[in-house]
Design a protein around this ligand. Structure first.
Ligand SMILES: Nc1ncnc2c1ncn2[C@@H]1O[C@H](COP(=O)(O)OP(=O)(O)OP(=O)(O)O)[C@@H](O)[C@H]1O
Ligand SMILES: CC(=O)N[C@H]1[C@@H]2OC[C@@H](O2)[C@@H](O)[C@@H]1O[C@H](C)C(=O)O
Length: 403
């Protein structure tokens, strides 16, 4: 037997595994590295987060990714070159973290690498009739991560979801369901990243077919892009200070909300391909607000993100009361203007950070991929959401051997 397959077999048969989850999200702020000890599998999975770090990307890395990120037209050569480069970069960053944590690579069982989404194309967004299916593309090839670190690597988690009829996202439902279901309450887990999404979890032991996750629209992506355009050098509106000094412009807000995405059935996904600076410019033109101040524009965009979340919650729970327990993660949880708007629109709910559930918000998505890898090698296809469209019961991820 191939010794790497023998090692994988051994890892899969152990009661617990040490897995590094890697996530690089749409905000391009850096690589999240979560060293997890996962015991068991399925709904009994236990998580111990041993270490976590976000390794910030340098300006050069961000610029390379932005050369292709969410763009319809790019150089095919550049894309081809970026794929192994990112994989090797991620391998190097993992080795740097392991050195800092004084852990040898052979003390880690698996890496679960999300890669970098560079283009997300659900059918409702690309609308090309010659391609009647969903598609999504993540770069940072798993073979490069495996060979570069010497650690068996699972990657490219989204393709199986698409192959089985999903949009390739959000995958959060699977990990949230395994780690965060509670017998005491039904929950919403709200992630405010570049794109905002939430997972609905019924009470543990309840009807698992009702669990699902959905994107709701922009989280921070338009806020960040606008700050970068008006204030080059700034990456985002720290603590929402600029937005707090502005006022919501109702005309611009209506124009922003006037897209079919906000009335499309749940679950649904989106990305910065749609919610780009052009989307804002178009709404500004239609509402005659091209010369609105930066502060008022940001205040309106924060309101827009919050209303996207509120509309999706209303749509999901049109016929009954929405869960009152909402746990928040993602960088947008640090934006007080966004949070205040959410609390206004979802006034029935109690908000708390996911940290109170033992899962630090900043690490949650990286942990999610470690959980998916754990299921792929030691578990079963994850059967949730069978009552909802596009939540396939599959195990996710491709396996790269280091030699
Ligand atoms: N102190 C802060 N004040 C305001 N906003 C903040 C603060 N800290 C982080 N953010 C916002 O959070 C963003 C990063 O969020 P996060 O890391 O959750 O995104 P991501 O994981 O890349 O996105 P996605 O989940 O869509 O892939 C920043 O770009 C910024 O907009
Ligand atoms: C295609 C893609 O990378 N989507 C991301 C993105 O970031 C947030 C939101 O849009 C979510 O749908 C997804 O990530 C999380 C981890 C998910 O799949 O659940």
């Amino acid at each position: 037997m191939n010794p790497h397959l023998a090692r994988l077999h051994h890892i899969a048969s152990q009661p617990s595994r040490r897995i590094i989850g890697l996530m690089s999200g749409t905000s391009l702020d850096g690589l999240d590295v979560a060293l997890c000890r996962l015991t068991g599998h399925g709904p009994g999975t236990q998580l111990e987060l041993e270490q976590f770090r976000t390794v910030p990307y340098g300006e050069d890395t961000r610029a390379r990714i932005r050369t292709v990120f969410a763009r319809e037209q790019v150089s095919l050569e550049y894309l081809t070159l970026l794929n192994p480069w990112l994989g090797s970069l991620h391998a190097t960053l993992v080795l740097d973290c392991l050195r800092t944590w004084q852990i040898r690579p052979d003390e880690v069982d698996l890496i679960a690498s999300h890669g970098q989404t560079v283009y997300h194309a659900p059918q409702h967004q690309h609308q090309r009739i010659e391609f009647p299916h969903n598609a999504t593309l993540q770069l940072g090839d798993g073979d490069h991560v495996a060979v570069g670190t010497g650690i068996i690597t699972l990657s490219d988690f989204r393709q199986k979801h698409v192959a089985a009829g999903g949009e390739g996202a959000p995958l959060a439902a699977y990990g949230d369901f395994l780690l965060l279901s509670s017998p005491d309450e039904e929950r919403l887990l709200l992630n405010l990243g570049g794109i905002a999404n939430f997972t609905y979890l019924p009470r543990a032991g309840g009807d698992t077919r009702t669990a699902f996750s959905t994107d709701t629209g922009p989280g921070n992506t338009l806020l960040d892009a606008t700050v970068r355009i008006y204030r080059p050098g700034l990456q985002y509106d720290e603590d929402g200070r600029l937005a707090a000094a502005g006022r919501v412009h109702q005309g611009l807000l209506s124009a922003l909300l006037g897209h079919d995405f906000f009335v499309a059935p749940l679950p649904k996904t989106t990305g910065p391909e749609l919610f780009s600076p052009d989307y804002l410019t178009d709404a500004q033109e239609r509402s005659g607000t091209l010369s609105l101040s930066l502060e008022d524009t940001l205040a309106t965009l924060a309101e827009f993100s919050a209303m996207g979340v509120a509309r999706a919650v209303e749509a999901a729970f049109a016929e009954r009361l929405a869960p009152t327990a909402i746990y928040v993660s993602g960088g947008g949880a640090r934006n007080p203007v966004l949070l205040a708007a959410l609390k206004r629109h979802l006034s029935h709910a109690h908000f708390a950070p996911t940290d109170v559930l033992g899962v630090p918000g900043d690490a949650k998505e990286a942990i999610l991929f470690a959980v998916l890898a754990n299921e792929a090698v030691a578990g079963q296809p994850i059967a949730i959401g069978a009552g909802r469209q596009r939540v396939p019961a599959v195990s996710l991820g491709k396996i790269s051997l280091p030699g």
